[in-house]
Design a protein around this ligand. Structure first.
Ligand SMILES: O=P(O)(O)OC[C@H]1O[C@H](O[C@H]2O[C@H](CO)[C@@H](O)[C@H](O)[C@H]2O)[C@H](O)[C@@H](O)[C@@H]1O
Length: 258
């Protein structure tokens, strides 16, 4: 179905039931966007809300993010949530077991070196290095967007197999092929405690559309955080609204007296 203007007017989601499995994107969804990746803030009370929801959902809560798992753990410490990092290229299941990762394509180091040089020569550009991807951020140098995208897209094809060039919010990411957020969610849903539950996925970015399509196909709930054309069926206006929804959900799922 084409993404059309009427889809911008999506209703707010219902609160989750105890039979849901909750998948949450991080930047621009759980957390407000910051100028730099290392400047995001985790609002007081959020980790407690996530811990409470995880308990109330029988453990069926996972982060699904473009960030590496190590960054997710640092942000949400002391929690070690089930999580897909680097768009599913890293994954830790609900028992805390790490799943095998893909091997790096030939030419990855040369691409990294070229992007590092570009970032160095353009003030405000930032190259984020991950084990299975490279994120070229231009939030601090918006005039470089076109050049950064063209360079990253051209370099993607120099690897064997080629890297996937995926645009995000003020960023162009090159990542090792083999996973997306839809595949990561499907992998969780094949395992306990996610298996058999109604999936729900909240995300904000274009890379979250893979997750929305997968969850829609499973008759689950898809929640766009923000306002744009999307395959999602529900929406909340911004990260603070998502955090309020999660907090209300945690309260609603907690038996009185607990
Ligand atoms: O899948 P997500 O959890 O949404 O992660 C996507 C990327 O998020 C981060 O970059 C974005 O957020 C930064 C902090 O707000 C912002 O400065 C940047 O402009 C955004 O693109 C992160 O740095 C990336 O590694 C993630 O892939």
């Amino acid at each position: 179905m084409p993404l059309e203007e009427p889809l911008f007017h999506l209703p707010a989601p219902p609160l989750p039931g105890t039979d849901w499995a909750l998948f949450l994107d991080v930047d621009g969804c759980l957390l407000d966007i910051a100028e730099r990746p290392d400047e995001v803030a985790v609002e007081a009370g959020l980790t407690e809300t996530l811990a409470c929801l995880r308990t109330r959902l029988g453990g069926a809560l996972a982060l699904v993010s473009g960030r590496p798992l190590a960054q997710l753990d640092a942000l949400f410490a002391p929690l070690h949530l089930a999580a897909a990092g680097q768009h599913g290229l890293e994954r830790r299941d609900a028992r805390g077991h790490l799943l095998p990762t893909a091997t790096l394509p030939d030419g990855f180091a040369a691409v990294e070196a070229r992007l590092a040089l570009f970032a160095e020569r353009h003030p405000g550009m930032l190259l984020e290095r991950k084990s299975h991807g490279l994120a070229l951020h231009y939030r601090g140098a918006p005039a470089c967007e076109t050049e950064a995208r063209r360079l990253a897209e051209a370099l993607a094809g120099t690897c064997e197999p080629p890297l996937a060039a995926v645009p995000g919010k003020a960023v162009i990411e090159l990542r090792v092929p083999g996973s997306d957020k839809g595949q990561a969610i499907a992998a969780f849903l094949d395992e306990p405690p996610f298996r058999g539950r109604i999936p729900a996925f909240a995300g904000d970015d274009v890379t979250d559309e893979d997750g929305f399509r997968r969850v829609n196909a499973l008759q689950g709930h898809t929640i766009l955080v923000g306002r744009r054309a999307s395959a999602a069926r529900w929406a909340l206006p911004d990260p603070p609204a998502l955090r309020r929804w999660l907090s209300e959900a945690a309260q609603a799922l907690t038996p009185k007296g607990d």
